[in-house]
Design a protein. Structure first.
Length: 84
């Protein structure tokens, strides 16, 4: 499923680049690359699964949503900006 992969890749890259403007010229390139790999390889997938997946624990589309409410993310911007 290449379309799904590139869709998630674009959002993960966007989440990593949100921080790039903040740390520009304030940290070493190696530190930023380590941060980006950790964010896109671990943090982003966990948050995305929790909210966008039908069986994630934060989604509102379960039979028993988190705290009775869950999360509905409009167009994916909440997950990307919260993660970045």
């Amino acid at each position: 499923d290449y379309i799904g992969f590139f869709f998630q890749f674009a959002f993960a890259a966007t989440a990593a680049t949100i921080v790039a403007g903040t740390v520009a010229e304030r940290c070493k390139m190696q530190a930023y690359l380590c941060y980006s790999l950790f964010l896109t390889g671990f943090v982003y997938p966990v948050i995305v699964h929790a909210i966008w997946s039908g069986n994630g624990f934060l989604t509102a589309f379960r039979d028993d949503p988190f705290r009775g409410v869950g999360v509905i993310d409009f167009a994916g911007s909440g997950v990307v900006h919260m993660t970045g």
